[in-house]
Design a protein. Sequence first.
Length: 147
Amino acid sequence: MYGYLILAHILGATVWTGGHIVLALAVLPRVLKEKSPQRLLEFESAFERIGKPAMLIQIVTGLLLAHRLLPDISLWLDWSNPISRVIAIKFILLTLTILLAVDAKLRVLPKLSQQNLWDMALHIIAVTLLSIIFVIVGVSFKTGWLY
Ligand code: HEM
């Protein structure tokens, strides 16, 4: 079971983080150069269809993996336990990612134009950096970098 969980978790990570790196490094520079909100909206709507399920898989498999490492859920937010600390960092990253996504969806995207393109660009850069930190924090469960 552990093998399938970690496989699904890593596949989800490749889609989520890889997709955001492509968006930030390949799509976004052209969008800004050409001042083309349309190009950005096209990528967003295509990526949304695989990015959202990938994030959902991350959350479900992440919760199951955390439960496997630390079956007592009441300890998950205990900052004195090194494993709980890494799990808590994952939750903080998730909260920041959700806040940025909600702000983009409700405030920025409905009025996306050449004027607020940089507002959207900053959201994309922030979510991409968070997605990379997600992977570093995930790997640190094995390497102990954050213990
Ligand atoms: C609520 C969300 C999440 C939780 C609770 C969570 C939890 C975990 C746990 C417990 C592990 C360690 C598994 C083990 O070694 O037994 C792990 C590993 C990992 N996570 Fe997450 N995770 C979450 C989201 C994410 C996201 C969004 C990404 C990347 C986009 C990610 C990337 C990774 C990676 C790369 C590993 C390393 C796998 C390995 O050691 O082989 N995680 N995660």
